[in-house]
Design a binder for this molecule. Structure first.
Ligand code: ADP
Ligand code: MG
Length: 345
């Protein structure tokens, strides 16, 4: 069931000529974790603030659980939206204990606030003394308190801005998994912002990618990584090699040799053949395969990156097993397991 819909949401800040967010539309399913990714300035925080009710769009509307909360001049106030927010710096009240911090989040909620607060603190895995103050906790624990404070009122949607950016790399892998489990256990629908593709790929059910205020693609991580709709999305999720192909009836002439492919007959102009380093497979010498001159091999323990050059010195990278041996002037043969074709003009 869809819990949140954005329809053609557009926002320009008054001081700026450029759109912060431009005609962005997407739906969020109940219980899912959606990651909003994009470079700095792509409009991620603006989008969260528009959903939370901290900003109002110039156009478009927002529907939350079947109710229009934003349209034209209509704007349901932030505190009436039943949306929880976890800020990047956690924004805990330093003079309140962790229990009081969570109870503060419950001020519009009926019922036994003390009991709800304690249960939520347990849900996020805090076994600490609840009378401690935020400064007595580690960063990871403070984040759990912030999460408990936002989840306790049972929000319809939970918004998290860069939840992993204050954690060091060692902690990050662990915390990502814990936060995902807490969110799933509580059943809340969550949208989190990140500029780190690894956060998004490992934590989200679906990912929406923004570029200069435009939504580029929204889908499950595997599809974004393996079937990106455009080169921007493809490059955002890791290195893409690019070679030029000239179509004939049977395939493409490339600087790395001829590549048989049925799709070639559908193209009149030159194409860009885009592929990831792990989608090229090194093969034994054969005249049907593509090939390039070995330029460099870099060893990474669990894999190697082999760089090949064409006649003009243009390079591509191939990821391969760590135990393959190469000689300096080798000609390396390869095929492409997966690739994208794009008209080059
Ligand atoms: P992100 O979170 O992806 O880094 P933001 O949503 O913060 O991006 O910003 C999107 C664009 O809007 C940027 O060009 C930014 O400079 C601009 N912007 C953000 N907040 C304001 C503001 N309060 N006033 C003017 N421009 C802003
Ligand atoms: Mg931001």
């Amino acid at each position: 069931m869809i819990i949140l819909s954005l329809l053609e949401i557009t926002k320009t800040y008054s001081k700026s000529k450029e759109f912060a967010v431009n005609k962005v539309s997407f739906d969020v399913e109940e219980g899912e974790i959606l990651a909003l990714v994009g470079e700095s300035g792509s409009g991620k925080t603006t989008l969260l603030r528009l959903i939370a009710g901290l900003e109002h769009p110039d156009a478009g509307y927002i529907i939350l659980s079947g109710q229009k909360i934003v349209e034209g001049n209509l704007s349901v106030p932030a505190h009436e939206r039943k949306i929880g927010m976890v800020f990047q710096d956690y924004a805990l009240f330093p003079h309140l204990t962790i229990l009081e911090n969570v109870k503060f989040g419950l001020k519009y909620v009926q019922g036994d606030r003390e009991k709800i607060a304690k249960e939520t603190l347990k849900l996020v895995g805090l076994k600490e003394d609840f009378s401690k103050y935020p400064h007595q906790l580690s960063g990871g624990q403070q984040q759990r308190v912030a999460l408990a404070r936002a989840i306790a009122p049972n929000p319809k949607v939970l918004l998290l801005d860069e939840p992993f950016s204050n954690l060091d790399a060692m902690l990050k892998d662990q915390v990502r998994e814990e936060i995902r489990q807490i969110i799933k256990r509580s059943g809340v629908t969550a949208i989190f912002v990140t500029h780190d593709t690894r956060d998004a790929l490992s934590t989200a059910d679906r990912i929406a990618i923004l570029h200069k205020g435009y939504l580029q693609q929204i889908d499950v991580p595997q599809v974004l990584y393996e079937r990106p709709e455009n080169p921007y999305v493809a490059n955002f999720f890791g290195k893409m090699n690019q070679i030029i192909g000239v179509p004939t009836v049977e395939g493409f002439y490339t600087p790395f040799g001829f590549m048989k492919d049925d799709r070639a007959k559908d193209f009149k102009n030159r194409v860009r053949i885009l592929f990831r380093p792990e989608h090229a497979l090194i093969k034994k010498s054969h005249d049907q395969y593509l090939n390039g001159k070995l330029f460099k091999v870099a060893y990474f323990g669990d894999h190697q990156i082999v760089k090949l050059a064409d006649e003009d010195g243009k390079r591509i990278s191939i990821k391969t097993q760590p135990n393959k041996k190469f000689n300096p002037s080798d000609r390396v043969f390869f095929t492409l397991k997966e690739f994208l074709l794009e008209e080059a003009y």
